[in-house]
Design a protein around this ligand. Structure first.
Ligand code: MTE
Ligand code: MO
Length: 168
């Protein structure tokens, strides 16, 4: 009888230790590098893709220097190409709906990403952007590269504090 009790205790202990090993580092990793972007809608296989900043940055850095309506003088933005990001997501649609942390919603034609070097910026002037300074993700157009980009139409597509891209 006692042997069975001891065996049961050992099994319970083993399960608890396994759970601690499985969940501990995962939760720690989650806190250190949380999901900051969800790409859903018409993605590859229709699956929602959840990305951390590391996942996003793995697409390779793209840098632009431009003036914006929100900054003084020329600023640099560093991030990844919106075109590459949508290729990575297997995007099938012609329009992307961008939704921000403040629930701002804007529709962007996917063709913009072929026409202009639009980036999903993570850094401004070499610094990661905090939520309070329009981060952590900001859709930025190279406004100085084309006079047409310096307009309300493209400013309105420039979602800061981006949280979700929905492919339609
Ligand atoms: N997250 C977020 N992004 C946003 C907005 C917003 O309210 N929230 N406003 C948009 C609009 S309508 C425009 S024209 C530009 C410029 O906004 P501003 O004039 O308020 O600076 O940012 C765009 N990006
Ligand atoms: Mo606007």
């Amino acid at each position: 009888m006692q042997v069975i009790q001891i065996a049961k205790s050992v099994i319970v202990a083993a399960i608890l230790v396994s759970l601690a090993i499985c969940l501990g580092p995962r939760q720690a990793a989650q806190a250190a590098d949380p999901v900051i972007l969800t790409i859903d809608g018409k993605t590859a296989g229709g699956k929602a893709i959840e990305m951390t900043r590391k996942d996003i940055e793995a697409l390779g850095p793209v840098k632009i220097a431009t003036t914006t309506p929100w900054d003084d003088g020329v600023v640099t933005f560093e991030g990844v190409s919106m075109k590459q990001l949508l290729i990575k997501a297997g995007a099938q649609g012609a329009t992307v709906t961008a939704t921000a942390l403040d629930n701002y919603v804007t529709e962007i034609p996917v063709s913009d990403f072929d026409t202009y070097q639009v980036i999903l910026a993570v850094k401004r002037n070499g610094q990661y952007m905090e939520v309070r300074d329009k981060g952590p993700l900001f859709i930025v157009y190279p406004y100085d590269s084309d006079p047409g980009l310096k307009s309300e139409k493209y400013y309105a597509r420039s979602a800061w504090q981006l949280r979700t891209l929905t492919i339609k």
